[in-house]
Design a protein around this ligand. Structure first.
Ligand SMILES: Cc1cc2nc3c(=O)[nH]c(=O)nc-3n(C[C@H](O)[C@H](O)[C@H](O)COP(=O)(O)OP(=O)(O)OC[C@H]3O[C@@H](n4cnc5c(N)ncnc54)[C@H](O)[C@@H]3O)c2cc1C
Length: 277
């Protein structure tokens, strides 16, 4: 099947993109790497009444060091996240996550902003930015607003980006000395979406645990985090069991996903302890 496309316009800069969206009467769709949007359009799961192509808006791409944080442009591609030296040093969770995302062809085109805006509950980056405590920068014709990662994901494929708005970038706190970042997942085949996945960030201030593919949106496991702060790994695993209510589908049952989440938590903690022992 082929996509049904109403129209296409390539934006020259952010203002132009926002004007195109605003003039589309609510029918505009942002096109970034196209790796999810075009696939959905080809399957007629999504319509592109006016595709507003932002892929040439160079200001939205790249990584900069702003002091205590890294600013990552929404158009930064997965492959660049994996190789960028600032991200590898200061937010290694993101660079490590890329190995689990799809295949090389998709990683060469897909953007971090597209992955976050798409908000697939099985995707890696949404859980990573929850675990890191990132801030998302969203812009519309009438100004810019900042949204905490914890408030960004609303439901399955649903975020707090409003009509006519564009996600321009994210900022993440730079890792402190001794901070540990881990991502673990189980998928049927390499490159498949995870059956369940877990991100763990261990900071002096405490643990942050975020899960993906266990519900309609990525989840910050607060009770498990508190148990880990006490050093109670089994208490954290028990808390995960109680906190999660994963769906069953053709890939896995909810009970199996819940079991996997506990296995991944124990594995991540063991890896951190092994690394710091
Ligand atoms: C076969 C296959 C396997 C995949 N496997 C994985 C996987 O294992 N893990 C994973 O995480 N992902 C996976 N993906 C998805 C991939 O990571 C996509 O690249 C990503 O989700 C979307 O990024 P994109 O830049 O291509 O966005 P697009 O496809 O261009 O856009 C996706 C959605 O986000 C909106 N959007 C994009 N950018 C912005 C913006 N800056 N502001 C506002 N809205 C915006 C679009 O309007 C659209 O609704 C897979 C995709 C395919 C086709």
């Amino acid at each position: 099947m082929k996509a049904s496309v109403g129209g296409y316009a390539r934006a020259s800069d952010l203002r132009h993109a926002l004007e195109l969206l605003s003039g589309s009467g609510g029918l505009g769709r942002v096109l970034a790497g196209g790796q999810s949007l075009i696939a959905a359009m080809n399957m007629r799961l999504s319509a592109g009444d006016l595709l507003v192509d932002i892929s040439r808006v160079s200001d939205l791409s790249g990584v900069s060091d702003t002091g205590e944080r890294l600013l990552i442009g929404a158009l930064t591609r997965h492959v660049e996240i994996a190789g960028n030296p600032l991200i590898r040093e200061h937010a290694p969770l993101l660079s490590r996550a890329v190995q689990y995302i799809a295949h090389a062809a998709i990683r060469n085109r897909g953007t971090i902003g597209g992955a976050l805006a798409h908000a697939d509950p099985a995707a890696e980056f949404p859980a990573c930015i929850l675990a890191l405590g990132a801030t998302l920068h969203i812009e519309g014709l009438h100004g810019r607003r900042d949204v905490a990662a914890e408030d960004f994901f609303q439901d399955i494929f649903e975020t707090s980006i409003g009509e006519g708005e564009i996600l321009t970038g994210i900022s993440v706190p730079k890792a402190e000395a001794g901070e540990a970042h881990l991502i673990e997942e189980v998928a049927r085949r390499s490159g498949d979406y995870a059956l369940a996945g877990l991100c763990l960030v261990k900071r002096a201030a405490g643990h942050r645990v975020a899960l993906f593919s266990v519900g309609p949106k990525p989840l910050l496991a607060r009770t498990a985090m508190t148990a880990l702060d006490r050093g109670d790994v089994e208490g954290a695993a028990k808390a995960l069991h109680d906190e999660l209510d994963p769906p069953s589908d053709t890939q896995a049952s909810g009970a199996y996903r819940r079991h996997l989440a506990q296995v991944l938590l124990r594995r991540a903690v063991a890896r951190i302890e092994g690394a710091t022992a």
